[in-house]
Design a protein around this ligand. Structure first.
Ligand SMILES: Cc1cc2nc3c(=O)[nH]c(=O)nc-3n(C[C@H](O)[C@H](O)[C@H](O)COP(=O)(O)OP(=O)(O)OC[C@H]3O[C@@H](n4cnc5c(N)ncnc54)[C@H](O)[C@@H]3O)c2cc1C
Length: 604
């Protein structure tokens, strides 16, 4: 076993990890450990944009952005944290621009912005242009820009090292254990502060937009180390995944005027969201697609619909709805415009479907996309371990694996990239502060021993179960039982079946017994994380007897603020059961004691 020592150890090199590293490395010795080469992180797949009320094309205010986010979150987001994110958004996007991020430009040279679901002008209730973007490669550009800045700042990178355990001592986080993928060697990292920025876990579903690496490693490790997971029942299904594959087609397509069409040729969002239509929040649009399918209006009676960005279709609706450019002229698009604004989408659909989006519509269906829940934190990225919001000294989380909670029950598009850079930055700053104010805490005795034995058990076990089979079964189960619409029966069955899979997981056997690039071993370990998180997700969902945001229950169709305006905390117990508890949603009061954001029914 090899030993390393860095004051700040950051696990994950996506947008959140790199932003934290950039800020921590300005004053303390910082290392980033990543199982992927940094620029292969899923942030690089983000297409549509990053939200900030820059008001470059029309009137906008961070307060409108905050209200849209509270509403999008279906009143499950913590309001001070939402305001913090939306206020900081403006400075942080300009900061990215100054770092060299090549945003698309307006004719005057300002950062260009496009409409996105749920982002509105709070007076007219029409969609507002708030998503700053670099074509449909915004995440890619963020990742490249931040990586360059980190290299310039001499951040120590440990690429293709997979973190497999968190080290705790005296109630503090003091390091991690990582597996070097090339050699199979274990490395112990001693740290004053540890940040998890390991991304999401959508790989527990069959149809998902998420990368293969989205196996929830950070969340799984934290859960097994006694940290609660917050609000896992809220998992977002994005309305437009490529049919059968789940690969994402950005909401930017609808931002540019694209519409959803059913088997009768109808633009059905007219009925479900009369004012913002196809740009309602994602939970609303995914449910609408599902209801169309249930009513037999999926294309050919099947489980998918069309997404249409052909200029003739889009211009027809622009004309009908009197959509105008900022200068008041009627808005119209042509094929060149679509190709310029959505080059990657045109590329994906040609590659995967043989469809050119300016000639033919695209077949889409909802796809598992984003974890609103995760490791509970405050705005400084500090991990909160109980209902009283007690921080664990030295332990931080940011990005999709964390839950601040700025997204509540449903995240608005463009708010995740924003969350990464806003809260990644805060976490980096607070880690630096903590490192400067505190001495080293020793590593626990036999650091790394426990996980070494666990990996050795997986490597040498001669069980008869195959990980690939178990994974397929889990993905099918989650897609059937813990999906867009849920019931008690489906959720209880899911919990029972996941427990059976967890039992069978103990009897897996792998064929590769070697140490070099043993990805079979690592995939087996990753699957263990998905199983633990699936159990926590299904249990949290089974207990929440209401519908809110992404958690829609056929048997409890209404939002129940009286009983359920509270966050779930779910602990994985050592005996494999789940303990649930709750903590209040944080709301903002006006001076006269009324709520600043009164909870109303969402109408789009
Ligand atoms: C296809 C797609 C499109 C999207 N489009 C948008 C968009 O337009 N706008 C928006 O706001 N959001 C978008 N999102 C959501 C957003 O991109 C993600 O939520 C966000 O990028 C996650 O960033 P992150 O920094 O938390 O994690 P990631 O960027 O996923 O990085 C995770 C990092 O953790 C590392 N890691 C994981 N496990 C381990 C381990 N065990 N050991 C070591 N390292 C580990 C990985 O190597 C990686 O570097 C999109 C998501 C997808 C999937």
């Amino acid at each position: 076993m090899q030993y390393h020592k860095h004051e700040a150890v950051i696990v994950g090199a996506g947008g959140a990890g790199l932003m934290a590293a950039l800020y921590a490395s300005r004053s303390v010795d910082t290392a980033v450990i990543s199982k992927l080469y940094p620029t292969r992180s899923h942030t690089g797949a983000a297409q549509g944009g990053i939200g900030a009320a820059l008001a470059n094309l029309e009137e906008d205010h961070w307060e409108w952005h905050a209200y849209d986010t509270v509403k999008g979150a279906d009143w499950m987001g913590d309001e001070p944290e939402i305001e913090f994110m939306c206020r900081e958004a403006i400075d942080v996007v300009i900061e990215l621009e100054h770092m060299g991020l090549p945003f698309d430009r307006t004719p005057e040279g300002k950062i260009s912005q496009r409409p996105f679901g749920g982002h509105t002008n709070n007076i007219t209730h029409r969609p507002v242009r708030r998503a700053a973007h670099a074509a449909d490669r915004t995440g890619h550009m963020i990742l490249q820009t931040l990586y360059q800045q980190c290299i310039k700042n001499n951040v120590n990178f440990y690429d293709e090292f997979q973190v497999v355990d968190l080290l705790l001592n005296e109630g503090k986080a003091v390091g991690v254990v990582a597996y070097e993928i090339a050699t199979g060697e274990l490395h112990v990292f001693h740290a004053k502060t540890v940040l998890f920025a390991t991304g999401g876990f959508g790989r527990m579903w069959k149809i998902t937009s998420n990368a293969h690496a989205y196996t929830g490693d950070g969340n799984g490790i934290a859960a097994r180390r006694g940290i609660p997971m917050q609000d896992l029942e809220f998992f977002q299904f994005h309305p437009t995944g490529i049919r059968g594959m789940g690969i994402l087609i950005t909401e930017g397509v609808r931002g540019e005027g694209g519409v959803l069409i059913n088997n009768e040729g109808e633009r059905f969002m007219d009925r479900y969201a009369p004012s913002v239509k196809d740009l309602a929040s994602r939970d609303v649009v995914s449910r609408a697609i599902y209801l169309e399918i249930m009513a037999g209006r999926g294309i050919n009676g099947e489980d998918w619909v069309w997404l249409d960005i052909r200029p003739e279709t889009v211009n027809k609706y622009f004309e009908r709805d009197d959509i105008r450019n900022p200068d008041g002229t009627p808005r119209r698009i042509d094929a060149d415009y679509v190709r310029k604004k959505l080059p990657d989408i045109a590329d994906f659909t040609k590659t995967y479907l043989g469809v050119d989006p300016v000639v033919d519509p695209m077949p889409v269906q909802p796809t598992a996309h984003y974890a609103m829940g995760g490791i509970p934190t405050d705005v400084h990225g500090r991990v909160l371990i109980d209902e009283e919001r007690t921080p664990m000294p030295g332990f931080y989380a940011a990005g999709e694996c964390a839950c601040v909670s700025a997204h509540g029950a449903n995240r608005l598009g463009t708010n995740s990239l924003l969350d990464l850079v806003v809260f990644g930055k805060q976490a980096g700053l607070d880690m630096a502060r903590y490192c400067q104010e505190n001495d080293w805490t020793p590593l626990p005795e036999n650091a790394g021993q426990e996980v070494a034995e666990m990996l050795e058990r997986i490597r040498t076990n001669d069980g008869h179960e195959h990980v690939a089979t178990l994974r397929t079964e889990l993905q099918q189960l989650m897609t059937k039982n813990v999906s867009v619409f849920r019931t008690q029966e489906l959720l209880d069955e899911a919990v029972e079946e996941i427990q059976k899979l967890r039992e069978r997981y103990k009897h897996i056997g792998i064929q590769d017994k070697g140490k070099t690039f043993n990805t079979e071993l690592l995939q087996a370990w990753e699957f263990g994380n998905l199983l633990d998180l699936a159990l926590l997700t299904a249990t949290s969902a089974a207990n929440r007897t209401e519908s809110r945001g992404a958690h829609a229950r056929d048997d409890y169709p209404d939002r129940d603020d009286e009983n359920w305006m509270k966050h779930t905390l779910a602990w994985l117990q050592p005996d494999g059961t789940v303990k649930l508890s709750y903590k209040p949603v944080r709301r903002i009061l006006n001076p006269d004691g009324t709520y600043k954001y009164p909870a109303i029914k969402r109408v789009y």
